[in-house]
Design a protein around this ligand. Sequence first.
Ligand code: ATP
Ligand code: MG
Length: 230
Amino acid sequence: MSDALVIARGVRKGYGSGERRVEVLRNLDLEVARGEMLAVAGPSGVGKSTLLHLLGLLDRPDGGELLLFGSDVAALSVEERARWRNRRIGFVFQFHALLPEFTLEENVAMPLLIAGQPRRSALAAAAEQIAAVGLEHRRTHFPDELSGGEQQRGSVARALVAAPELLLADEPTGNLDAANAEALFETFEELHLSRGLTSVIVTHNEALAGRCGRTLRLTGADVEVGCSRT
Ligand SMILES: Nc1ncnc2c1ncn2[C@@H]1O[C@H](COP(=O)(O)OP(=O)(O)OP(=O)(O)O)[C@@H](O)[C@H]1O
Ligand SMILES: [Mg+2]
């Protein structure tokens, strides 16, 4: 028996029905070990966000088996799914990440507030995480007062604030300049070393993908898990 943090066996996922039916993931087999940093690459529309949504319990597979943290996700109750999303999984969305009516610090504190942590300590933890992504000077700003890259870093801070075991990030450096992209990857790498974070990171940036232990290349027809480095 494998102790991988993520195990997918023959996972299938498509959208729509009849003539409009699109099969996206056909027969995906994947294991992600605890502490691993996996990059996901592939052309636009191939199913990278779809895969992340399944792993983040935001959607359900049509078939196959998906195990997270050693449990079959099909057997989880609605409450357990919600709790895992809140406490064990950090998700960086590809688009539209932050809630417009809350400040950056409130947005970042949100997972802790939802988990019932007192406001004062939740905001203190948020401030620390905001500093870690270099945004301390924008703490009390609202999302529409932030640049695209600042919003993206804010979204990363929110994904990390509850110290998740699994980080799922959908092109987290898509709006960042090279120096900020580099700094963000360094933050991820530190978390892998310091507390054994496991992460799955969609990226079109080959140089950054090369810093992950492995790259999953989705091709649409079949799936190829290649080893870069290590
Ligand atoms: N909710 C949905 N309903 C119908 N089709 C969808 C839905 N979400 C995604 N699709 C389709 O599934 C395919 C895969 O989409 P997905 O968002 O996973 O691609 P991606 O690899 O993340 O692409 P990109 O690099 O452009 O972000 C696309 O062809 C898309 O049109
Ligand atoms: Mg996508």
